[in-house]
Ligand binder design. Structure first.
Ligand SMILES: [Zn+2]
Ligand SMILES: [Zn+2]
Length: 248
């Protein structure tokens, strides 16, 4: 997998990399600007301790770049939200369109139902490419007998895998709130917050899914775990960003 880097600025105008002052847009729609800022700041932390602080190219404030974020398609450093919030630096339309697409995407649980028999060959079943996000992590109950039954999943996790997956499930970007009140865990009865919906751009899940993995070792389909590992191990594409403002 390859993640596109975004938001690495030139040190002076005229370099190969974009210069942020050229992209300040004071007319940028407030709602969209806020959405982009929050998305940048609340995504999954893919790397820590990457780079030293760097002065803002516009106001000179030293900005922390000590960690980097990813949404499964793009990757950026922790200084980028400042440019959006403080200066209205508009990011390339392809990136903004991608964010709007993920946040407003339809969700469907057909694939999750198809992997109901997790443990057999279906566990490796890749989800179809789709504009909709594949909803995962809902378990059969009286109202939804066709969702996967808890207890049919394997319980064996590699410890490192499990830690990465739990962290990923807890911190991927929130794309919505179902408004549902806390509900009891179907295995231990603990009251779980599950109203926040998170996504990695392909799958989406409620906040309570991490609990089932962390506390009860509930396995997830290989396609989900494989995607998480691919994001963590991804290579970085440095070329897209250089022409992102001029392309399209
Ligand atoms: Zn600044
Ligand atoms: Zn539980």
């Amino acid at each position: 997998m390859i993640l596109r880097i975004i938001g690495v600025w030139a040190y002076s105008d005229g370099e190969e990399l974009p210069w942020p002052a050229q992209h300040v847009d004071t007319q940028w729609d407030r709602v969209e600007r806020r959405l982009v800022h929050d998305y940048l700041e609340e995504s999954y932390v893919i790397g820590v301790g990457a780079l030293d602080p760097d002065p803002c190219r516009i106001c000179g404030e030293p900005l922390e770049r000590g960690w980097s974020y990813s949404d499964g398609r793009f990757v950026w450093n922790s200084d980028l939200p400042h440019y959006v919030a403080a200066h209205g630096v508009r990011l390339p339309s392809e990136f903004v369109g991608h964010i709007c697409g993920v946040v407003s995407a339809a969700r469907d649980s057909e694939w999750w139902k198809a992997v109901a028999g997790v443990g057999g060959g279906q566990a490796k079943l890749a989800p179809p490419a789709s504009a909709a996000l594949h909803e995962i992590g809902q378990w059969a109950d009286a109202e939804h007998p066709d969702w996967p039954q808890l207890g049919q999943q394997g319980r064996g996790w590699d410890d490192v895998d499990k830690e990465c997956v739990v962290e990923f499930l807890r911190t991927c970007v929130g794309i919505g709130d179902s408004g549902a009140p806390p509900a009891p865990c179907q295995l231990c009865g603990e009251s779980l917050e599950g109203s926040r919906i998170r996504s990695d751009g392909v799958f989406c899940w409620r906040d309570d899914l991490a609990h089932y993995v962390e506390r009860h070792d509930v396995q997830l389909p290989a396609a989900v775990v494989g995607r998480i590992n691919n994001i963590i191990d991804a290579d970085i594409d440095w070329t897209w960003w250089k022409t992102a403002y001029t392309a399209g």
